[in-house]
Design a protein around this ligand. Structure first.
Ligand code: IYR
Length: 224
C-alpha cells in the first residue's frame, strides 16, 4: 500500500476573548452584505479579484479535486456579448418560460430581463464547474470522475462572495437561465459548465436594494 505523507497541522489557538471579538466582527461585516444590481464603471484593483479567487480556491472540495474555474471578464466587447445573450434568454424566461409562482416569488426583488450591470460592472467573474477531469494518454482522452462537484463549487462560491465583500466590493449572485451560452462565448472545454455569474465592482451612487430581511436565528437553527 502506497503511503501518503501527513504533516503537522498548523492551528494557531487564539484566546477566547479574541475568538468572540473576531466572530462578532465577521458576523457584523457579513450581515451587511447585499446583492447589488446597480454598478458604477469605476475600475477595481486587480489584486482584489485575484486574492478573492485565491481565497475561493482554498475551499474544501470532494477528494480535494478543486473542480472549479473562475473566468474573469473585463473586455468590454465580451461583456457586451454576455449582456446581449443573457438578456435574450432572460427576456424569453420572464415573458414565456417562468411560471406565475416563480414570478411571484421574485416580485419582492423587483428584477426583470434587463441586465445592464453585465456591461457596466468592471469585472464579471464567471464560475465554471468542472464535471470531470480530462487526462490524455496513449489511448487518447480519458475522463476522471469528480465527486461532489455541486457542493464543492457552491462552497467555493461562498468563499468568493465573502472575500469580495470583505474587500469592500459589491457583487451579485446571478444565474441567467439557461446559461449554456457562457460556455460557448468563453470557449470553455467540454468538461466545464457554467455555475454562476458574479458581476464585481462598486455600486453606482444611486444604487438601491429591495427591502427584504433574513430569517432570525430561531428560524434557522435547532439545538437538540
Ligand atoms: N435569472 C433571473 C431570475 C431570477 C431568479 C432567481 I431564483 C433570483 O433569486 C433572482 C432572479 C434574473 O436574474 O433576473
Amino acid at each position: 500500500m502506497e503511503q501518503f505523507k501527513h504533516i503537522p497541522l498548523v492551528f494557531p489557538r487564539v484566546a477566547s476573548s479574541e475568538q468572540l471579538r473576531a466572530s462578532r466582527e465577521f458576523l457584523s461585516r457579513m450581515s451587511a452584505r447585499r446583492s447589488v444590481r446597480f454598478f458604477s464603471d469605476e475600475p477595481v484593483p486587480f489584486e482584489l479579484i485575484e486574492n478573492a479567487i485565491r481565497c475561493a480556491s482554498s475551499a474544501p472540495s470532494g477528494a480535494n479535486q478543486q473542480p472549479w474555474r473562475f473566468v474573469v471578464v473585463q473586455d468590454p466587447a465580451v461583456k457586451r456579448k454576455i449582456r446581449e445573450a443573457a438578456e435574450g434568454e432572460e427576456r424569453e424566461s420572464y415573458q414565456h418560460r417562468m411560471p406565475t409562482e416563480w414570478l411571484e416569488a421574485l416580485a419582492p426583488l423587483g428584477t426583470d430581463w434587463h441586465k445592464e450591470f453585465l456591461e457596466v460592472a468592471p469585472s464579471l467573474i464567471v464560475v465554471f464547474r468542472i464535471d470531470f477531469g480530462l487526462a490524455t494518454d496513449v489511448e487518447g482522452d480519458r475522463k476522471i470522475k469528480h465527486y461532489y462537484v455541486q457542493e464543492s463549487v457552491g462552497i467555493a462560491t461562498g468563499f468568493l462572495l465573502a472575500a469580495l465583500h470583505l474587500s469592500g466590493l459589491a457583487t451579485l449572485t446571478h444565474t441567467p437561465s439557461p446559461m449554456g451560452f457562457l460556455a460557448n462565448l468563453l470557449e470553455r472545454p467540454r468538461n466545464e459548465r457554467p455555475f454562476v455569474l458574479i458581476p464585481v465592482g462598486f455600486p453606482s451612487p444611486d444604487a438601491t436594494v429591495p427591502e427584504i430581511s433574513k430569517k432570525a436565528l430561531n428560524e434557522v437553527m435547532e439545538v437538540r
